[in-house]
Design a protein around this ligand. Sequence first.
Ligand code: ADP
Ligand code: MG
Length: 354
Amino acid sequence: MRSSLHKAAVLSAIAIMIIGSGCSSRRESVKREFTAMGTLASIISLDDGDRTAIPSEEATQIAQKEFSRLEKTFTVYSLSSDVSRINRAAGQEWVDVSPDMVTLLAAARRYGELSGGAFDVTVGPIVRAWGFNSGVTPAAPLPPERIRQLLDTVGYGTIEVRPGAARLTRKDVMVDLGGIAKGYAVDIAWDLIQRKGGKNFIVNLGGNMRVSGQPSSKRPWTIGVRHPFSKEEIVGRMTLKDGMAVATSGNYERFVTIKGRKYAHIFDPRTGMPVEGMASVTVIGPSAVEVDALSTSCFVLGMDKAMDLLAKLPGNEAIFIPDSQPMTIWITPGMKDIFECFSQWTSTVKIISR
Ligand code: ADP
Ligand code: MG
């Protein structure tokens, strides 16, 4: 990493690292870490003596409280969560749920529609059958007839919501919010911290992040993009303006090995197969829930179709790193002024032409 970045507050987050406020400034950022929703969370905040801003400790407490509240709603590991109750009542009846659940399910359905089914929160049975989320890893890749059977229970179109309630219109459908809930939680915490007086901070939940303000009057927040083939390295950094969010979906953190071959935790809900060919997709945009859903969607769609999806949602930009050698870093045209690649990788960067 370059020397000017030696004070980098490197986050051990799933996909992304944060580069802090730099060394020339007196304004120091403080990082407070904790675990939430099964992953590492942190609040990076500027404790700069600004008496109108809340202290980082308070911002962290707000995030911790919100994450734990939302986890109780969204987890499939508790029988009494909203999501478990909806799943149990699949094909039967409406279930009273919290406003958060209604909002998130409506968003999930919308991203299902926008992505043509590449994003589908009912893909859970497939994910589990391949050995993720407490499923047992099969000894061999699932046979086509088993996949066909499982696909019968997949379909975001079976999700219906109304104020205060939700239902799944088909039996055996199961909602798994793993591809979107963390982003939603980041937005909720970000919003609440701001409303309580937070100014210059970053909310991070397992690599899903949203920034507020900036670390110094001269510079915006910068976030490192992880090298998908080399754990400790980052390939470059992005500058994020006030309010922007970032998420990465990658094939390098969670995978199973079946007959010597690695399969990652993101699935194509249209085929029931684990997605291959992509190493990582990073998306930046106006909200954490949107970039969380989009990073997963774009990972599934592949670059060309992902570009069609991104065109429908202005304000989002992406970095694609295919799972092939030599490494190529593909960026959307709008990412050109946001992403700065470290010098050793510049020759590998290509701008996607439309
Ligand atoms: P992570 O949760 O590791 O940050 P993602 O945001 O990309 O990564 O979400 C991946 C998770 O989303 C998987 O673990 C699984 O629970 C769920 N998932 C997998 N494939 C899809 C898909 N096509 N659409 C929606 N959710 C998915
Ligand atoms: Mg996601």
